[in-house]
Design a protein around this ligand. Structure first.
Ligand code: IYR
Length: 219
């Protein structure tokens, strides 16, 4: 039988080396930006698969690993997703989002048009498995939002580290994703990640990030 516990493999670094590693990692992550314009050229599938493996190392409630990923390359499926997303987004921008929200989005330059959904080489749909379908009936999963959110953060970091750009897209409502991708009833769409190389000459909004003092309180 497999042992219930095994020794933990841990690497401890000297203080200076820790600082150096932290600085380098921050420097790398600081350069990550959400990109809305993608080149059409393909990206290596193995890189994407490795990023998904990294995402799947995330901690999860009771280790239920409630994340599911659907990698979409097929242009026809991408086109169906774009059509459905734009339909929902058009209604959101025109009818559902209050003026304050529209105003908040102005600096980002977004609207209901989502051409990136068909130009990017891969769409990665992230689903949250809200419960397991077992032979003896549904079995509960725990902290599903938190777990899938953490996994998605790792996924975005891994893709950035590999040299790919991403865009987190959350068309709302996202029910159409389950239908188009034929997912079972225990999976809820979490978000849609467009990924690839940025388009030549791609620009991003001139944003600043909050200072440490604004996001951190030490007691
Ligand atoms: N889901 C819409 C609107 C949108 C909402 C937020 I909050 C953003 O940060 C960006 C977009 C869209 O994808 O356009």
């Amino acid at each position: 039988m497999e042992p219930a516990f095994v020794p933990f493999e841990f690497t401890e670094y000297a203080h200076e080396e820790m600082l150096q590693r932290s600085r380098e990692f921050h420097e790398e992550m600081r350069r990550r930006r959400t990109v809305r314009h993608f080149a059409e050229r393909p990206v290596p599938r193995e890189v994407v698969e490795l990023a998904i493996r990294t995402a799947a190392t995330a901690p999860s409630g009771a280790h239920k690993q409630p994340w599911r990923f659907v990698l979409v390359k097929d242009p026809q499926i991408k086109a169906r997703i774009r059509e459905a997303a734009e339909e929902e987004e058009r209604r959101s921008y025109q009818e559902r989002m209050p003026p304050a929200w529209i105003q908040d989005l102005e600096p980002l330059g977004t609207d209901w048009n989502k051409p990136f959904l068909t130009t990017c080489p891969y769409l990665l749909a992230v689903f949250a498995e809200t419960f397991a379908l077992t032979e003896s009936g549904p079995a509960k999963h725990y902290y599903v939002q938190e777990s899938v959110g953490i996994a998605t953060g790792l996924l975005i970091a891994a893709l950035h580290h590999a040299g790919l750009a991403t865009l987190t897209h959350t068309p709302s409502p996202m029910k159409f994703l389950r239908e188009i991708l034929g997912r079972p009833r225990n999976e809820r769409p979490f978000l849609l990640l467009a990924l690839g190389y940025p388009a030549p000459g791609c620009e991003v909004p001139n944003l600043t990030r909050k200072r440490l003092e604004e996001v951190l309180t030490v007691k």
